[in-house]
Each structure stands twice: as C-alpha cells, then as structure tokens.
Design a protein around this ligand. Sequence first.
Ligand code: DOR
Ligand code: ZN
Length: 334
Amino acid sequence: MILELQSPLDMHLHVRDAQMLRLVAPLSADSFAGAVIMPNLVPPVTSVDSVEAYRSRIMQAVGDNEHFKPYMTAFFKNYTESELLALKDHVFGLKLYPAGATTNSEGGVKGMDEAESTIRLMEEMGIPLLVHGESHGFVMDREEEFLSVYRHLAQKYPKLTISMEHITTASAVGLLDEFENLVATVTLQHLFITLDDVAGGMLKPHLFCKPIAKRPEDREALLEAALKAHPKLMFGSDSAPHPIHAKESCGCAAGVFTAPLALPKLAELFAKHDCIANLQAFVSDNACKIYGLTPPKTSVKLEDKPMSIPSSYEGFGQKVIPMDAGETISWSII
Ligand code: DOR
Ligand code: ZN
C-alpha cells in the first residue's frame, strides 16, 4: 500500500544550533514541509534579530531548500508593546516555559501573574501562545496540575489561541473540548509509550523526556484522539536531539529524537488501527485550519515496506540516538 501525504508539518520541533543543527535540520526537511521551531537555545531566542539570524542558520542547514519552512517562535518573556509589535511579523508564536521546567528554560516564567500583561498584548495582536504546561509538583502530576492555568488563560483571553504543547494526559485531551481557543500538539513517543517503557524495566534514557510519559489510560486517550484526527490536535514531534554523552550519562537530558522516523512510525500506527485516512489531517490539515497556514506544497510517499531505524545518526562531529534505534518498522518513506 502507498500513502501520499501532502505538506506534512511538525508543529513542535527542536533543531538546536551549530553542528547539531547541521546534522538534524536536513532530516526534518526530508520528511516535513515545515516545522514550528522551538526557541530554547542558549541564550534563548527573544528578539527580531535573533529570530531572523536563527531562521537563516536553519535555512542554510537545510541547503536553502524552499520546500521546508521554519515557523519561528520567540521565547516568552515580558515584552513591551513595541517589542511585541516588532516581533509579531517575524514569529509564528511565543513559547512559554515555566522557569526550570525543562532543557534551557531557566529564563522562563517564574509566576503566571507576571506573564499576563504580555499575554493580553498577544491576544490583542493575534499572536498564538504555545505553552510547556507543567507545574513544579510531583513529576507524574505536573501536567494535571497545570491544567488550571490553561483553564484560567482560556477563559480570561478568549481571542488568544493557546496551544497545550506535547500533551501527555487524558485530562488534557478532555480540556480540548471545553474551550474553543485551546488546541494541542502530541508527540510521537507519547502515542507509543508509558512510564513503564521508560523506567519499568532497565532505564531507557533515549525515551526520557519532559513531560514524562504517563499511564496506559493516558496513552490510550492520546492515541484515540490522534487516530480520529481530533480537529484541535496536531502532530508536534518535540523531536529533541541531545548528543549521546548527554543522554547516556548519570544526569540524563530530557528529549527523544524522532524526526527522521516520525512519519513512517505514524503511518505504521495509523495503518495498524485502520485509520490511515486520518493521518493527513493529523500531520497537516488540522494545523493549516487552526492557524491558517499555507506551507510549501510538498508530498511524501510512504509504503508498507520495512525500514530499519539506524542505531545512530552521526555527522558534523555529533552523534544522536533515535527512538527505536536498530529496530525495524513496517512502513518507510519511498
Ligand atoms: O524532553 C524535552 N526536551 N522536553 C522539552 O520540553 C524540551 C526538550 C529539549 O529541548 O530538550
Ligand atoms: Zn519541546
């Protein structure tokens, strides 16, 4: 069977910088027509100049491939009205991190109260707010505890589009139907794994990410929503490469690298559940409708022929281990 996807989009992607960027960005551009680029560099991307410089470095890394469009984001901080007006035409949205919630988020928001003047301006200017929605509580409860923040923001700023990034719980899926202005992304790994896969047996550092994978019933709820292509749910890989030494270490960095295998794994998953017809909406159409996007017109052909996932991706002095390294899956890009 052959499946042709039109302009697939990755609505949440980390491509890093420098040599790592040169290794991983082309792998996303091989599959996707565009991706929402996360701003958690060191230092974070917070100005028109740094957004545009980063966009140029990304375009250079993909060989100025006009079939790949980076949708840039800036790191949420308190911006003045004039700073936001200047940024508005250069970014897809702002990404809000609670301070310290994940990789390179130390400069994030310390209390939501302090963020609201900027959030109000974003609503007025029509700039989407993308949120890493985790509290500082017990690791399994962090997303659940953050849902009250989403409720508050969704009610108080009804014209603001708020994306709950990389949702991992059944409760977050439920929230999608409560507020018109709430949308969400879900990663590849959270459709496949639970905490058991990460830490139930031998510890699997390459499956460790934030938010951490949750319970079987959470994964089921995410899977059900994705398979039916819930119109407010978008694919966002959160592919987050770290060099092997940062993963296979006594302090393992959070992040799962999935960009090059995302589409074949999704095709395999949707085919297994007899939902292949819904994959186009999940990986592109939903996002285009929600945000009014017109990505580069590309098409990617997938076939139910086995693909071996490489044991690592290497180049430019970098080595990254992908999810399911060394395994064979039943679909591939042709
Ligand atoms: O696991 C994660 N890795 N979660 C995030 O939110 C950030 C990401 C990263 O940048 O490594
Ligand atoms: Zn992320």
